[in-house]
Design a protein around this ligand. Structure first.
Ligand code: E4P
Length: 216
């Protein structure tokens, strides 16, 4: 399973990248706004900086809503760096735009996915990645991880090549459950990635080894 970090914060991206286990980055308009990135030039520059920091797929989300505008905007985003993946929302225009990018050899990430039906459509359009939002589903009392398992099963049966990118991860347990359910990628906040390191018995065991090492 690939690990992406889900943030536009450069310090957090660097910290995750320094671990040596990072395969890419996802962003969205809310994450970019949180970092105070405003205006076209600043947005494009920020994506360029992320691409220079991390050698992996970097999702840059279109802000447009019509097919024509998504294609025009996505072309500009894709021109920033070969690792840019154009992130497009799951709408009728979005599906058309994904098909256009597929036909033109540009990678896409279909975002805001909440059902297996949407997953089938995105795969038919040739999306590189599919982003089911599991945390937001959990918030509505549906099981987000169940959706990952359902889509993984459908994609295997049908031989779809689209990679399942579990998004809206809230906890380290989400990452483990998504790995079990067949996600190809998890995009996670830094604290969920670092949370995977933690176990109280590791801390207790290490403290004892350090103490005993002094007696050697
Ligand atoms: C990433 O691609 C998504 O935009 C992100 O994971 C959404 O996360 P949230 O539900 O915590 O906003």
């Amino acid at each position: 399973m690939k690990f992406f970090i889900d943030t536009a914060n450069l310090a957090q991206i660097k910290e995750a990248n320094d671990l040596g286990i990072l395969d890419g980055v996802t962003t969205n308009p809310s994450l970019m706004a949180k970092e105070g990135i405003k205006g076209n030039e600043a947005i494009l520059n920020h994506y360029k900086t992320i691409c220079e920091l991390v050698d992996g797929d970097i999702s840059a989300e279109v802000l447009s809503v019509t097919y024509e505008e998504m294609v025009a905007e996505g072309k500009i985003l894709a021109a920033i760096h070969p690792n840019i993946v154009v992130k497009i929302p799951m709408t009728k225009d979005g599906i058309k735009a994904i098909k256009w990018f597929t036909d033109n050899g540009i990678k896409t990430n279909c975002t805001l996915v909440f059902s297996a039906g949407q997953a089938i459509l995105a795969a038919k359009a040739g999306a590189t990645y599919l982003s089911p939002f599991i945390g937001r589903l959990d918030d509505t009392l549906w099981d987000g991880v169940d959706l990952i398992a359902q889509i993984a099963n459908i994609y295997t049966i049908q031989g779809f090549q689209t990679e399942i990118l579990a998004a809206s991860i809230r906890t380290p347990l989400h990452i483990v459950k998504c790995a079990e359910a067949g996600a190809d990628v998890c995009t996670c906040p830094l604290d969920s990635i670092l949370g995977l390191l933690k176990h109280p018995l590791t801390d207790i065991g290490l403290a004892k080894f350090i103490e005993d090492a002094k007696k050697m």
